[in-house]
Design a protein around this ligand. Structure first.
Ligand SMILES: Nc1ncnc2c1ncn2[C@@H]1O[C@H](COP(=O)(O)OP(=O)(O)OP(=O)(O)O)[C@@H](O)[C@H]1O
Length: 579
C-alpha cells in the first residue's frame, strides 16, 4: 500500500517526463519479447531437422531471421535506455528544483530545525538513487513482467503442463523472497535513521572541530562520531548477514529450471504427452525464461531503499507552505507591534503561553529572562520564522499573516549572532544582493556601523573577498558588517540578538555606537543577555517559562524588586569578580 503510494508519488513527480518513460518501457518490453524469438527459431529449426525433409534454404532463412531479430532487439534496447536516461535526468533535475523552490516557501524556522546533514542526504543521495530506478529499473521491471507473461501465454497454448512446470521455481523463489523481505521496510527505515544520524554527526563534527579542540572535548565528540559510524556499520552487517543466506538459496532455485523441466518433461514425453520437439523447446526455454524474473525479484530489495527516499522527499514537499498575505505596509514611518494572546509550541513543546504586550513605534524593547524562557522564539514569531498557534501579532494593526512575506521581510532587519557571510566581497556582503543601492550608500552604512575605517585598511578595500577563500574577520568585525547590512536595509523594525560572547572594550564601544545609528527612530526588539546594555530601553519585558512576568522600564523594574531586580543584582555582582 505504502509502496504503491510512493510509486504513484514518484510518477507524479515525473510530470511531463512520464511520456518518455512510457516510451522507454514500450521499447524495453518489445526488446525483451524479441529476446525469446531466437529460442522459438531454434525450436522451428529442430522441428525441421526432425521432420527429416531438410531444406537448407529454410534453415538459412531462419538463421538470418534470428540475426535480424537480435539486431532489432539491440536497437530497441539502446533506444529504450536513451529515453529512460533522458527522462531520469530531467526528473531528477525537476525534483531538485521543486524541493529547493519549496524550501524557499517554508517557515524560516524549518532551517533552524533541520540539520544540514539531513537536507544534504535528501537532495543528494535520495534523489540520486532514483536515477538508477528511473533509468534502469522501470524499463527492466516492465520488461521482466510483460515479456515472460506474453511468452508464457504462448507456451500455455503450446503445452500447458510443461508451461506450468516452468513456474515451479518462480513459486518457490517467490515464497523465499517474501520470507526474506518480511519486515524489510522497517529494517530499512531503521537503517536510514542510522545513516541520517551518521551524516549529521559527521557534519557537526567537522563544523565544531575547532571549538571542540579548544575545549579539549574532541575525544568526546569523536566518540559520538565513532559510535554513529559503528552503529551504522553493525546494522548494515546484520542486514547483510540475515539476507545473504536466503538470497543465495533464492538465486540457486531461480537457476534450477532444468531440474524440473528435464525429469517432468521426460516423463510426459515417455508417456506420450508431448513430442520430442516440444520437450527440447521447453528445456531450452527453461534455461533463460526465469532470468527476467530473477531480475524482478532481486529488484525487491532496491525498491524499499528507493521508496524510503521518495518518502523523505514527500515529507519535505508535504510541509505546508507559509501562506503569504497580500497587504503591504507603507514604506515610511515606524511601526507599532502588538502581541495579542500569543501561544506557541514547537511540535509538542509548549514555549509561549498567552503572551500579551505592545511595542510602541520608535521604542527600544528588551526581552529578558532566563535561558529557555522563550525570548528568541517570541522575537522570531514577529519575523514569521514560525506561525503562532494561538492569538495574533499585529504590525500597525495588520495581522502579520495578512502582510505579504516579501513586504514583511523588507520591513524587518535581523541582526543575529550567527552571522552568515557570503563567499564574496565585503561590498556584496553588505549589499546582500540589493541591486538598488550604490557604492556610496554602502560606504555610508559601513561608516555608521563603525566598520568603514577598518575596511579601508584592507589591501582591496570593499573588494576584499570574505568567506572560506578570503579574509577572516573577528567576531566584532563580523557583527559590525551585519549591522551595516541592517542599516543599509533601513527596515522600520529591528530584531537584535545581543551578542553573548564577550567582546573587547574597543569592539564593544564601536558596536554600541553602530547600534545607536541602526536603531534611531525604529521599533527595536533586543533579545538581551547582558542587562547593563539595555538599562536605557523604553520597555523591558521579563519572560519566565513562556509567560510575561514583569513589564516596565529599568527604574520601575528595580523598584518592583522581583525577577529583574534579582537578575540585575546578580549581574552587577558578577562584574566585580576578578578572574
Ligand atoms: N527549533 C526548536 N525546536 C524545538 N524546541 C525549540 C526550538 N527552539 C527553541 N526551542 C525550545 O524552546 C524553548 C525556548 O527557547 P528560546 O530559544 O526561545 O529561549 P531563550 O529565552 O531565547 O533562551 P536563550 O537565552 O538560551 O537563547 C527552549 O526550551 C528551547 O529548548
Amino acid at each position: 500500500m505504502k509502496k504503491q503510494s510512493n510509486l504513484n508519488y514518484l510518477l507524479y513527480l515525473a510530470g511531463g517526463e512520464k511520456k518518455k518513460l512510457f516510451l522507454a518501457v514500450i521499447l524495453s518490453v518489445i526488446s525483451s519479447i524479441l529476446a525469446f524469438a531466437p529460442f522459438l527459431i531454434i525450436y522451428k529449426m529442430i522441428m525441421i531437422l526432425f521432420e527429416g525433409n531438410v531444406v537448407y534454404k529454410d534453415i538459412f532463412n531462419l538463421a538470418v531471421l534470428a540475426a535480424v531479430i537480435i539486431i532489432v532487439r539491440i536497437i530497441f534496447f539502446i533506444a529504450s535506455g536513451a529515453f529512460s536516461h533522458v527522462a531520469a535526468f530531467n526528473i531528477l533535475y525537476n525534483i531538485r528544483m521543486k524541493i529547493i523552490k519549496h524550501m524557499g516557501n517554508l517557515n524560516l524556522g524549518f532551517f533552524t530545525n533541520k540539520t544540514s546533514g539531513e537536507l544534504k542526504k535528501v537532495i543528494n543521495e535520495d534523489i540520486e538513487k532514483m536515477e538508477n530506478f528511473l533509468a534502469h529499473h522501470i524499463p527492466d521491471i516492465s520488461a521482466a513482467v510483460v515479456a515472460p507473461f506474453i511468452m508464457f501465454i504462448y507456451l500455455l497454448y503450446l503445452n500447458y503442463k510443461m508451461a506450468l512446470v516452468l513456474l515451479i521455481p518462480v513459486v518457490i523463489g517467490g515464497v523465499i523472497q517474501s520470507i526474506m523481505f518480511k519486515n524489510f521496510e522497517k529494517r530499512m527505515e531503521h537503517y536510514f535513521t542510522l545513516l541520517e544520524n551518521m551524516n549529521s554527526t559527521i557534519v557537526q563534527f567537522i563544523q565544531g572541530i575547532s571549538i571542540m579542540k579548544a575545549f579539549n572535548v574532541s575525544s568526546l565528540s569523536f566518540e559520538k562520531y565513532r559510535k554513529s559510524i559503528e552503529e551504522y556499520a553493525d546494522y548494515w552487517k546484520k542486514i547483510t548477514e540475515t539476507n545473504s543466506q536466503s538470497h543465495s538459496i533464492f538465486l540457486a532455485i531461480m537457476d534450477s529450471g532444468l531440474l524440473f523441466t528435464i525429469p517432468l518433461g521426460g516423463y510426459f514425453y515417455i508417456n506420450g504427452g508431448i513430442g520430442l520437439g516440444t520437450y527440447l523447446l521447453f528445456i531450452i526455454i527453461s534455461m533463460g525464461f526465469l532470468n527476467s524474473f530473477k531480475a524482478l525479484l532481486e529488484l525487491g530489495s532496491n525498491f524499499s531503499m528507493i521508496f524510503e527516499g521518495v518518502n523523505r522527499i514527500k515529507n519535505i514537499l508535504d510541509m505546508p507552505k507559509q501562506e503569504s498575505g497580500k497587504y503591504s505596509l507603507s514604506k515610511s514611518g515606524s511601526y507599532d507591534i502588538e502581541i495579542k494572546n500569543v501561544s506557541f509550541k514547537y511540535e509538542d513543546k509548549n514555549v509561549l503561553n498567552n503572551v500579551n504586550t505592545s511595542l510602541e513605534k520608535g521604542t527600544i524593547n528588551a526581552f529578558v529572562g532566563a535561558s529557555g524562557a522563550g525570548k528568541t522564539t517570541l522575537a522570531q514569531l514577529i519575523g514569521r520564522f514560525w506561525d503562532v498557534n494561538e492569538g495574533e501579532i499585529l504590525i500597525n494593526n495588520k495581522n502579520i499573516k495578512d502582510i505579504s512575506m516579501e513586504n514583511l521581510m523588507d520591513s524587518v532587519a535581523f541582526v543575529f549572532q550567527d552571522i552568515f557571510m557570503l563567499n564574496d566581497t565585503i561590498y556584496e556582503n553588505i549589499r546582500m544582493g540589493n541591486e538598488n543601492v550604490d557604492y556610496e550608500e554602502v560606504t555610508e552604512a559601513a561608516k555608521k556601523a563603525q566598520i568603514h575605517d577598518f575596511i579601508m585598511t584592507l589591501p582591496n578595500g570593499y573588494e576584499t573577498r570574505m568567506g572560506e577563500s578570503g579574509i577572516k574577520l573577528s567576531g566584532g568585525e563580523k557583527q559590525r558588517i551585519s549591522i551595516a547590512r541592517a542599516i543599509l536595509k533601513d527596515a522600520p523594525i529591528i530584531l537584535l540578538d545581543e551578542a553573548t560572547a564577550s567582546l573587547d572594550a574597543d569592539n564593544e564601544i564601536e558596536i554600541q555606537k553602530s547600534l545607536q545609528k541602526l536603531t534611531e527612530g525604529k521599533t527595536v526588539i533586543v533579545i538581551a543577555h547582558k542587562l547593563n546594555t539595555i538599562v536605557n530601553s523604553d520597555q523591558i519585558i521579563v519572560l519566565n517559562d513562556g509567560q510575561i512576568e514583569e513589564i516596565g522600564n529599568h527604574e520601575k523594574l528595580l523598584k518592583n524588586k522581583k525577577r529583574y531586580f534579582n537578575m540585575y543584582k546578580e549581574q552587577e555582582q558578577a562584574k566585580g569578580w576578578v578572574v
